[in-house]
Design a protein. Structure first.
Lengths: 115, 109
């Protein structure tokens, strides 16, 4: 089983619908992240959390919200989806103080299509 | 603004050597990362450089020059499975990762 699991893996929805992408991890890491990936662009950070009570906006947080329900769970919500939110979404974890501080461990990705 | 530049696509031959370059302009520097991403899959960590010089790990090596804002990833003895995108990322002064758009490497027999 994957250490970082995302659900759903694929989702097609319509404009205006509420969507939640969920992420759970068994790595025991405190830090969790949500990124989106679009063709021709680098990964862009949406939100990140350094522990259960910590939520921080990333580069492109508008139109998104998150919830850190537990150390192992970090969910991303699109309250009212729009077509330009069509993208591949990745959840990632990291642990500070390791040899490669900043090394990220990614989930398998959630491909979202908004019609 | 912050910027990471890397070639969009490169082609190489199985068994050969390829060098993928990355140049960066960021607010501060706390390390440079290379990740590999196969089509439709998650990125996976390859290497980390924080000091100038070459880091070797098997068939893969990564080089950093902080004064030039430059790094490269060197892949030797290319195999078909090395066909993937290679992502360069720099950790800035706020310990945030800034990502390049990735270089798609195509390996031909």
């Amino acid at each position: 089983d994957a250490d970082v699991t995302q659900t759903p893996r694929n989702r097609i929805t319509k404009t205006g619908k509420r969507i939640m992408l969920e992420c759970s991890q068994t790595k025991g890491h405190d830090r969790m992240y949500w990124y989106r990936q679009d063709p021709g662009l680098g990964l862009r950070l949406i939100y990140y959390s350094f522990d259960v009570k910590d939520i921080n906006k990333g580069e492109i947080s508008d139109g998104y919200s998150v919830s850190r329900q537990a150390q192992a769970k970090f969910s991303l919500s699109l309250e009212s989806a729009i077509p330009n939110q069509t993208a591949l979404y990745f959840c990632a974890t990291s642990e500070p103080g390791t040899d490669h501080t900043g090394e990220l461990f990614f989930g398998e990705g959630s491909r979202l299509t908004v019609l | 603004g912050q910027n990471i530049d890397q070639p969009t696509e490169m082609t190489a031959t199985e068994g050969a050597i390829v060098q993928i370059n990355c140049t960066y302009q960021t607010s501060g520097f706390n390390g440079l990362f290379w990740y590999q991403q196969h089509a439709g899959e998650a990125p996976t960590f390859l290497s980390y450089n924080v000091l100038d010089g070459l880091e070797e790990k098997g068939r893969f090596s990564s080089f950093l020059s902080r004064s030039k804002g430059y790094s490269y990833l060197l892949l030797k003895e290319l195999q078909m499975k090395d066909s993937a995108s290679y992502l360069c990322a720099v950790m800035d002064s706020n310990y945030q990762l800034i990502w390049g758009a990735g270089t798609k490497l195509i390996i031909k027999p």
